[in-house]
Design a protein around this ligand. Structure first.
Ligand code: SME
Length: 155
């Protein structure tokens, strides 16, 4: 499948909204809101931040309850942070250590945000209730957004 929102428009709008914004928390909140609002199939959109050695803590998000703490060793977000690589999961039931914050989530896309030294600072997590909701194009688009965020906030 292919997510419903227009990738190019999202990036363009976010770049305009955040051009003069230097606060990372404000930026994360805005990104989560814009993605969630544009795609009704996405049931969770938000961030996990690297807050310590191999530890993620929930950041700004939209959707139902998000688990607060995720070690790098666990789940799809943990793997994205550990490997500094995007993770696209068509069926979360096939991921043994998937962290089910919501039972209705079936597919997800997690993209790391890197700083200028290549260190992971956060991950952007998008979840959907449909199987295989996110396509390779969605992953590329979110990687483009993550790259822009990394360059803008963690040069
Ligand atoms: N599904 C994620 C956990 C975060 S929630 O979905 C919001 C994972 O396994 O990493």
């Amino acid at each position: 499948m292919d997510a419903a929102f227009d990738h190019d428009q999202l990036l363009k709008d976010l770049q305009a909204m955040l051009a003069d914004e230097d606060d990372w928390t404000a930026a994360m909140a805005t990104v989560a809101c814009e993605i969630f609002q544009r795609d009704p199939q996405i049931n969770w959109a938000g961030f996990y931040r690297v807050v310590g050695p191999r530890l993620l803590k929930v950041g700004p998000y939209q959707g139902s309850h998000g688990c607060l703490t995720i070690p790098f060793e666990r789940g799809v977000c943990g793997r994205a942070a550990r490997e500094a690589r995007s993770q696209r999961v068509d069926d979360v039931r096939e991921v043994p250590d998937h962290i089910a914050c919501s039972n209705s989530t079936l597919s997800e896309l997690v993209v790391p945000i890197l700083d200028g030294r290549g260190q992971v600072r956060a991950v952007l997590d998008l979840d959907a209730e449909a199987l295989a909701y996110f396509c390779a194009g969605d992953a590329r688009a979110m990687e483009g957004l993550a790259q822009w965020l990394g360059a803008h906030y963690f040069p």
